[in-house]
Design a protein around this ligand. Structure first.
Ligand code: C2E
Ligand code: CA
Ligand code: CA
Length: 681
């Protein structure tokens, strides 16, 4: 016996039994089997004589003493709970179902009418009446079982939508037993779909009302006839797919949105933006695609670190969202590229106004890990239908215009026009030409002397790369360094220049000229994990010495106090390299912080030397601070004697400039050194 049963006082059961005996005495001699099932105690407290056959019990006492909860499966227990709940809700409700009982282990299938039956103590029990004892067909017995125990919710509705039958699963789901079909659906569109369908079987996933709130159900609706009345009816079976739907929606959201910023992504753009463009075009409206690329984002990422980069992207996304109207959209295409879809456009200045608003908004500094940074953008615009009707064409055109704006020195915007393509194609060609140029060593290192301000004696040289283009002749670095940085070729190029510089240095040393040679490093190279070992290897391979080499970096490299960058700088210094800050004064450096870094030299940017009169206080400050920290100072771009005289009076040590010599090739530089030797002798 089950332990739970033992706890029930026998007297209570005896009481229940004797009061039932009295209440149900009229049924005792009925030919049909009738019994009472006690939900709570899982037993039959009363049964008439005919029931004993059904239950295969020798007498009533024996049946009463049976623990029916013993072999009950979870699904049957659930169904029984459901009956109880149904009767509690509505005592007049009646169910007619085919049940298979297992009185003594063997199956006994009976069709039973179940009615709610309140015991004297107030608890809900169930009066069960076996309708027919006739042999039911095996097929219908099994299908009835299946109907009863399946988790598929099955309801038979009349043609006008009144419920005729619900299986237990459907009953447990529905808000109220008499809910009509129309009220079951959240949207009227679903019932309209069913009513208008010409097929006999319709499948639809729809939002429905349930006892547990709104759910998504996978519904199969079949036109049929009610087996009792023969009238038209609907057999509706439903499976709860809410979780699947939620997962699906989440997956769909993830597939169409950028996880970092939450904005729509490229996938969404190709479908969602196209739909919106189609809508506008169908109404004869015009709109625009705005392709936005953040300037120098790579520098921020490389120098302030990826966390700061990510933070900036999130904040930029937030600000971009505020400038578009309700029907307009913002997407992130990846990296630092964003796309706006504007329209309908009613005012000819609208696009410019939005771009201006965006530029101003991004100018307001972002706080990035203790640093305030504002952002400029290069923006390209294509307009539809003028520049195309397909999202692919419009994006390509806006991208070309953006590329053009970037080429214009950034912080700019451009509208697409046909001739823009040519300029951009030229840039793309340049990038592929550079790959060949590196392979075929079309580059040559030039040298510009670094000179002592007081004595005009050459103390060193800066290595500056030139491209010996097969058809265009000598190409200056400003036209191809950005492309090398963008394509990652810069590391190879740097190794090439460093190798030539070291070999030149060794040659000159053999001739008695000990010169400090400086080589430029791009900020991009600090993202390169093998930077330090690559540079050390090149110097070793060419039998040079790092102590005689200075690496010129820009202030942006120091910008973020990025741990890895500083580690690389320190490692380079540990290997003996000297570090100089190039173009000093143009970046964000705070002079007072410079002593934190392993720096040996400041190269004052040419722009200060060009307007030395007005920049005098700055140059003097730089020189005196540098003295304090024991840095060397080199003035760049000295073109006139007057500039040189001023530098002399500020006690600046060294200079470079056209006044003394332009960058020249190795042979010319060797000749220059020789001529100085003659001069000095
Ligand atoms: P930079 O490092 O500031 O180099 C100095 C630039 O100023 C050189 O231009 C030089 O020719 C020019 N210059 C020197 N004296 C004068 C002067 O008196 N007046 C004027 N107007 N200009 C003067 P260049 O050789 O065209 O190089 C331009 C830039 O390209 C360099 O600026 C540097 O940033 C970059 N670059 C050159 N070679 C390399 C390289 O091997 N690696 C990297 N990463 N960058 C390089
Ligand atoms: Ca330089
Ligand atoms: Ca410079």
């Amino acid at each position: 016996m089950k332990s739970a049963l033992v706890t029930i006082p026998v007297t209570c059961r005896a009481d229940v039994a004797s009061s039932l005996e009295h209440r149900l005495r009229d049924l005792t001699l009925l030919n049909q089997a009738v019994w009472v099932y006690d939900f709570d105690h899982e037993c039959v407290p009363w049964a008439n004589a005919a029931s004993l056959g059904v239950w295969q019990a020798s007498n009533l006492k024996e049946l009463q003493s049976r623990d029916l909860g013993k072999d009950v499966t979870d699904t049957v227990a659930n169904r029984l709970r459901q009956y109880k709940a149904d009767f509690e809700r509505d005592e007049s409700v009646q169910f007619r179902e085919i049940w298979t009982l297992y009185p003594e282990g063997g199956p006994k299938t009976v069709e039973v009418i179940f009615n709610g039956f309140r015991l004297d103590c107030g608890r809900m029990a169930m009066l069960c009446e076996a309708v027919s004892d006739e042999k039911l067909e095996a097929e219908s017995m099994r299908s009835a079982e299946a109907l009863l125990h399946t988790s598929v919710m099955i309801t038979l509705y009349s043609a006008s939508g009144e419920p005729l039958y619900r299986n237990p699963a459907a009953r447990s789901m529905v808000r109220k037993a008499d809910e009509v079909l129309r009220d079951h659906f959240v949207s009227d569109a679903t019932i309209r779909l069913l009513e208008s369908a010409s097929d006999d079987e319709i499948k639809v996933v729809a939002n429905v009302h349930s006892a547990n709130g709104q759910k998504w159900h996978d519904i199969t609706a079949r036109r049929c006839h009610d087996a009792v009345s023969g009238e038209h009816a609907w057999l509706i079976s439903e499976v709860d797919v809410s979780r699947l739907k939620a997962t699906e929606e989440h997956a769909q959201f993830l597939a169409e949105h950028d996880t970092l910023t939450g904005l729509a992504n490229r996938n969404f753009v190709s479908v969602g933006f196209q739909n919106r463009i189609d809508q506008m075009l169908a109404k004869g409206e015009t709109g625009a695609l705005i392709f936005i690329d953040l300037d120098h984002f790579k520098d921020i990422n490389d120098t302030l670190g990826h966390d700061s980069g990510d933070k900036l992207l999130i904040e930029v996304a937030g600000r971009l969202k505020t400038i578009v109207k309700e029907d307009e959209s913002v997407a992130r295409l990846g990296g630092d590229e964003f796309l706006l879809l504007l329209g309908p456009i009613k005012d000819s200045n609208y696009i410019q106004n939005v771009v201006k608003e965006m530029q101003e908004l991004l100018c307001i500094p972002f706080a990035l890990h203790g640093r305030d940074m504002s952002v400029t953008t290069s923006t390209g615009i294509s307009v539809f239908p003028e520049n195309g009707r397909q999202i692919g064409d419009l994006m390509r055109h806006a991208d070309l215009a953006m590329y053009h704006a970037k080429g214009n020195g950034r912080n700019d915007f451009a509208f697409f026009s046909e001739d823009l393509s040519e300029a951009v194609v030229a840039r793309i060609n340049l990038e592929s030409e550079l790959v060949i140029a590196i392979k075929e060593e079309q580059f040559e290192t030039y040298f510009q002397p670094r000179v002592d301000v007081q004595t005009n004696v050459i103390t060193g040289a800066e290595a500056l790369v030139r491209w010996n283009h097969p058809t265009k002749g000598l190409v200056p670095p400003d036209t191809f360094i950005p492309a090398c940085e963008a394509t990652g070729l810069i590391s190879e190029l740097c190794k090439f220049v460093l190798g030539q510089a070291v070999r030149a240095q060794c040659d000159w040393a053999k001739q008695g000229f000990d010169l400090l040679i400086s080589v430029n490093l791009s900020p991009v190279q600090f993202g390169d994990d093998t930077l330090v070992e690559d540079l050390v290897n090149i110097v070793q391979e060419n039998e040079g010495s790092p102590e005689l080499l200075e690496l010129e970096i820009t202030e942006s490299v120091l910008l973020g106090h990025d741990k890895q960058t500083i580690e690389k700088l320190n490692a380079l210094v540990d290997h003996g390299f000297r570090i100089a800050i190039d173009d000093f004064g143009t970046g964000y450096s705070n002079l007072a912080y410079l002593h934190r870094y392993p720096i040996r030299c400041l190269k004052i940017d040419r722009s200060f030397i060009m307007q030395l009169e007005t920049a005098k206080p700055i140059v003097e400050l730089i020189v005196s601070m540098a003295k304090l920290f024991d840095f060397d100072v080199v003035a760049e771009g000295v073109e006139t004697q007057q500039q040189l005289d001023s530098l002399r009076s500020y006690y600046c040590q060294e200079y470079q400039g056209y006044l003394f010599q332009r960058p020249i090739d190795f042979m010319s530089f060797t000749a220059l050194l020789e001529s100085q030797r003659i001069l000095c002798a």
